[in-house]
Design a protein around this ligand. Structure first.
Ligand SMILES: O=C(CO)COP(=O)(O)O
Length: 249
């Protein structure tokens, strides 16, 4: 039985007050759920979020992290700093980091290594742009993204990952992959992992879908056998919507 996960990627949204009220809203509505619930506020609000979440079972994730331990990296945040404010997950390889901040397979490999060394669980994002899908290159591209940054890991290390499939054309566009498109890519990812590692590893990894998930479509996406939850952007910024998504399993 794989862990079902619903993670909210707040991106560059919510100041201190917004963070406080969103978390208070979530704590009222998300009690006693069997699903692992994770939120990823911005760096500046992680410490507050950690205090507010003390009596809850909502876990904290960062949206990014530097690959180095410490030192002269102006503007960057280390794994150790994240751990010191209660962070247990880190989103790596989000398409916005790849496209806007030019993060490539090598840097994502280094960040993954550092996260695992420091006992943070990476939520590693993969996904194709629309033109790649239109040219039928999406299966190969996603396989390549996983292989280039992750296949150097040992079986034990790989088992600590969460994978998120986020087709770039579905992020923030209101256009969602159909349940069939999500299922076939998730099954493909699992097959690729089984080929590199083994069936047990492939079957134990939680693979999340991300891209315009909302209360109205979460149920049909989560109903697929290889979809173990969601990485939610816009709809994670409203406590009611996020809770409705969590309750869609
Ligand atoms: O990028 C996403 C989560 O990481 C998805 O964003 P949306 O849910 O806003 O499409």
């Amino acid at each position: 039985m794989r862990t079902q996960i619903v993670a909210g990627n707040w991106k560059m949204n919510c100041d201190l007050d917004d963070t406080k009220s969103l978390i208070e809203g979530l704590k009222k509505t998300t009690k006693n759920n069997a699903t692992e619930v994770i939120i990823a506020p911005s760096f500046t609000n992680l410490s507050l979020a950690n205090c507010l979440l003390e009596d809850s079972n909502i876990a904290l994730s960062a949206q990014n992290m530097n690959a180095n331990d410490s030192g002269a990296f102006t503007g960057e945040v280390s794994a150790n700093m994240l751990k010191s404010v209660g962070v247990t997950y880190v989103i790596l390889g989000h398409s916005e980091r790849r496209a806007i901040f030019h993060e490539d397979a090598q840097i994502l490999k280094e960040k993954t290594n550092q996260a695992l060394e420091q006992n943070l669980s990476p939520i590693f994002c993969v996904g194709e742009e629309l033109n790649v899908r239109q040219n039928n290159g999406h299966f190969n591209l996603v396989e390549e993204q996983i292989a280039e940054s992750l296949f150097h890991l040992s079986t034990e290390e790989f088992s600590k990952l969460v994978i998120a499939y986020e087709p770039v054309w579905a992020i923030g566009t209101g256009e969602t992959a159909t349940p069939e498109q999500a299922q076939e890519m998730h099954a493909h990812i699992r097959k690729v992992i089984a080929k590199q590692y083994d069936d047990a590893t492939a079957n134990s990894i939680s693979i999340l879908y991300g891209g315009s998930v909302k209360p109205a479509n979460a149920k049909e996406i989560f109903a697929n056998p290889d979809v173990d939850g969601g990485l939610i952007g816009g709809a994670s910024l409203k406590a009611d919507d996020f809770t409705a998504i969590i309750n869609s399993f």
